[in-house]
Design a protein around this ligand. Structure first.
Ligand code: PRP
Length: 184
């Protein structure tokens, strides 16, 4: 059985993702210039594919760094417990920072990152997320660039996992309920 047999439906196709990411990049191209030299911070693991596609449409000079955050463990809902698994390699003091996320759900992860960064005195902080699930928000967090609003379904693919798998699926999809019910 293929991992694709576990998928109930496609929510956002490859073509829709690529078109919207180009638009998001254009929104960012209108905000930043070479002089800003922003630092794009990819929140691992989920945002790695989004970052890879987004960065290739940006026309201003920028740098990239990575931070790995975990909040979900093996489950399908946020535990609210956020841990830094890998911290930045770069000093962001005085820098313009763009946090690149795959999804903002409860908001706990982003809230934690924003507080963590504020203590390091960056020049500015903005947030770009591919997906936003506003119906699930528990903490109010600012998000500047949003790719798509998604309903309260367990989305996966294009970097987003279930139990560390399915990140390679090239679109955003929804798993069949039996896939995660059997393993919950
Ligand atoms: C996911 C996602 C966000 C966070 C959003 O990460 O990448 O960072 O959860 O959820 P929240 O708004 O409820 O905090 P996850 O912990 O699943 O790690 P991963 O990116 O390595 O899969």
């Amino acid at each position: 059985m293929s991992l694709y047999d576990d998928i109930e439906k496609i929510l956002i196709s490859e073509a829709e993702l690529q078109a919207r990411i180009k638009e998001l990049a254009d929104e960012m191209n209108a905000v930043y210039s070479d002089d800003d030299l922003p630092m794009l911070i990819c929140i691992l693991k989920g945002a790695f594919i989004f970052l890879a596609d987004l960065t290739r449409h940006l026309s201003f000079r920028h740098e990239i760094d990575f931070m790995e955050i975990s909040s979900y463990g093996q489950g399908t809902t946020s535990s609210g417990v956020v841990r830094i698994l890998l911290d930045l390699a770069t000093n962001i003091e005085g820098r313009h920072v763009v946090i690149v996320e795959d999804i903002v759900d409860s908001g706990h992860t982003l809230d934690y990152i924003l507080r963590h960064f504020a203590a390091r005195n960056p020049a500015s902080v903005r947030v770009a997320t591919l997906l936003n699930k506003p119906t699930r928000r528990e903490v109010n967090v600012p998000v500047d660039f949003i790719g798509f609003e998604v309903p309260n379904e367990f989305v996966m693919g294009y970097g987003l996992d279930y139990a560390q798998q399915y990140r390679n699926v090239p679109y955003i999809g929804v798993l069949k309920p039996e896939v995660y019910q059997d393993r919950a």
